[in-house]
Design a protein around this ligand. Structure first.
Ligand SMILES: [Zn+2]
Length: 153
């Protein structure tokens, strides 16, 4: 595994729409392993492939509750609403209140191409929505009301 560089705003790569994954080979597995190591060392809750400059529909979410490796993920059900503080490793030093669904069901493929489905709530639902947005070139700062610098808090 190797740590990759996380690109930051306003890098244009973050604004591109990522492509679907069709090949589930060792190259994909290396990407996933590298993303996990990168996320662990950055102490974040999730990471999407475009954040390490790879325009593929790949995202991981890692919290105390879950570890998800999602390929070609899609939200198929959502309910409720929550508003809470959000940050992003590609928008360092900032955070803001963002409204998201409280519960989502996401379907995706695992690293071997096997179909999976997972229902997540609360913080995990927020993290899944945030990471999936990255795959369409959307950042949370597009959705928030009051962006604040962390050192202003
Ligand atoms: Zn992010």
């Amino acid at each position: 595994m190797a740590k990759r560089i996380i690109i930051t705003e306003p890098d244009e790569i973050l604004r591109k729409v990522s492509r679907e994954v069709t090949i589930f080979d060792t190259r994909l597995h290396t990407l996933l392993d590298d993303m996990k190591e990168t996320l662990l060392s950055a102490d974040g809750a999730g990471l999407a492939a475009p954040q390490v400059a790879v325009l593929k529909r790949v995202a991981i979410v890692m919290t105390d509750e879950i570890f998800l490796e999602m390929i070609n993920p899609k939200i198929i059900e959502q309910s409720g609403e929550q508003t809470g503080a959000e940050g992003c490793l590609s928008v360092p030093g900032k955070s803001a209140q963002v409204t998201r669904p409280d519960e989502v069901t996401v379907k995706f493929l695992d690293r071997y191409g096997k179909k999976c489905k997972k229902k997540v709530k609360g913080f995990e639902a927020r993290a899944v929505c945030h990471e999936l947005d990255h795959l369409d070139g959307i950042l949370y700062i597009d959705k928030c009301k009051n962006l604040v610098l962390d050192n202003d808090k």
